[in-house]
Design a protein around this ligand. Structure first.
Ligand SMILES: Cc1ncc(COP(=O)(O)O)c(C=O)c1O
Length: 447
């Protein structure tokens, strides 16, 4: 049996309709380097979505590979309960310093977990327990944004707003307060980029109605990823920060997709110049080499959990692989490579290049619209060839992504939108080729 047949016989893939698998078999990867995946049939394809947005330094970056080997020579992992090591402490120190740039001393502690969804669970649980221990046990609800995506575990899925991921499991989820009417913008060139005044009164009214029941508001700062690479004004974050402070509600930033320089800053919240009470990071922090996540917390949150064992105030969340030592090593390599602004500069320059090339292509393509982007995250929406709206049942996004992949650029759609989230290390030629692949896919697929 060839590998595809064995795959079909034995694997159940993530985010897949397996009934399609025979018609659309997976790519067989035999190697990877930089922006490229090497396939068993001798072809190579560009990883236009950085393997679900995590490969910020590309595949097998030498600094990351060396860091893993070096750490393995000492210890590969030990539990983080009751033990510590120098690299994990230094990693916390380095990320606290980076995150605190707009407000030195703001975050005080790092709690480690082992993937993005679990990091979100940690933050939600911290908020609930903190509110109860601060004398407000009635604060049991969360507010979350329309179109939000926060992960696949029950708490994270509860605050997620994407029906296709959420609906089948509604019976095991809680209902958040869903904030509607976001100040959607196209990017930093939008004249109202830093201004959410028009939309705020309606959002505030939704919050005011639940101000006594909320434990926390959770957001994907600036960019909503799986919801369609939707951008909103950073001014909303400032306004939410002010509202939360005034009403005793915590603010949680899920920085899993938008943080770690994806939008050009260490944290996407830095675009707003304010910081949340809890920030969750994953994906790029290990350059996507190992599963890993971190929750940054302020001293006020941390202090709420101190007491005797008998007080029951401790935060008893324990993942076996929390703070995995090989992940810590990768995370140091990322920060070493990032240096002082090295990654940020490339992200801003590369993102500008992609947007400019796409903007030119859109001029004679009425079937592409809604160009938006910030940092190295850029998206467009597909339409019919004459510019009319698409019938979602045609699955045009999927057909376009498959055509792009056949043309040498691996993409996945978000509904009928196509997007690029390349490694920050992609060369200009590779970025241009990714745009061309996206366009080839769109041109071939639109009806
Ligand atoms: C904003 C956001 N939150 C949470 C997650 C879940 O992270 P993970 O896939 O590591 O569980 C993702 C994954 O795409 C994400 O984009």
């Amino acid at each position: 049996m060839d590998l595809r047949a064995r795959d079909l016989a034995s694997l159940w893939h993530p985010a897949a309709q397996m009934a399609d698998w025979r018609e659309h078999p997976p790519l067989e990867v035999v190697g990877a380097e930089g922006s490229w995946l090497h396939l068993a049939d001798g072809r190579r394809v560009l990883d236009g979505i950085g393997s679900w947005w995590c490969k910020i330094l590309g595949h097998r970056h030498p600094a990351v590979v060396a860091a893993i080997a070096d750490q393995c020579a000492r210890f590969d992992h030990h539990l983080l309960a009751g033990c510590t090591n120098e690299p994990v402490v230094r990693l916390a120190e380095r990320w606290l310093a980076l995150a605190n740039r707009p407000a030195p001393g703001w975050f005080a502690k790092v709690f480690f977990a082992d993937n993005g969804s679990t990091g979100v669970e940690v933050a939600l649980k911290m908020a609930l327990q903190w509110q109860a221990q601060a004398g407000d046990p009635g604060r049991t609800r969360f507010a979350a944004l329309e179109h939000a995506y926060h992960g696949e575990t029950a708490g994270a899925l509860s605050v997620t707003d994407l029906g296709r991921y959420r609906s089948p499991f509604a019976s095991m989820l809680t209902e958040p307060v869903r904030l509607l009417g976001l100040p959607v913008r196209s990017g930093s060139a939008d004249p109202r980029w830093q201004d959410a005044a028009a939309e705020w009164p309606a959002i505030q009214a939704q919050l005011d109605a639940e101000s006594r029941s909320l434990a926390a508001v959770i957001i994907e700062p600036v960019m909503q990823g799986a919801g369609g690479i939707r951008l909103y004004s950073p001014d909303l974050i400032r306004r939410l920060r002010g509202w939360c402070d005034a009403h005793g509600v915590l603010l949680i930033a899920d920085e899993i997709a938008a943080g770690c320089w994806r939008l050009g800053e260490p944290l996407a919240c830095h675009h707003a110049g304010v910081l949340p009470d809890l920030a969750v990071l994953a994906k790029g922090i290990t350059a996507g080499a190992l599963p890993f996540s971190m929750v940054l917390a302020t001293d006020r949150i941390y202090g709420g959990f101190l007491g005797t064992w008998a007080s029951g105030r401790a935060f008893l969340h324990s993942n076996t692989f929390a703070g995995h030592a090989l992940g810590v090593a990768c995370a140091h390599a990322v920060l070493d490579v990032a240096g002082e602004g090295a990654l940020a500069g490339r992200v801003v320059q590369g993102g500008g290049r992609i947007r400019a090339r796409l903007a030119r292509a859109l001029e004679d393509r009425p079937w592409l619209s809604g160009l938006r982007g910030i940092g190295l995250a850029v998206a467009v929406d597909l339409r019919c060839r004459d510019g009319a709206a698409l019938d979602p049942a045609l699955a045009t996004g999927w057909r376009a992504a498959r055509s792009a992949t056949a043309a040498g650029v691996m993409l996945r759609p978000l509904g009928d939108s196509l997007y690029l989230m390349p490694p920050f290390t992609a060369t200009d030629d590779e970025l241009d080729a990714m745009v061309d692949g996206l366009l080839a896919g769109a041109d071939a697929a639109v009806p």
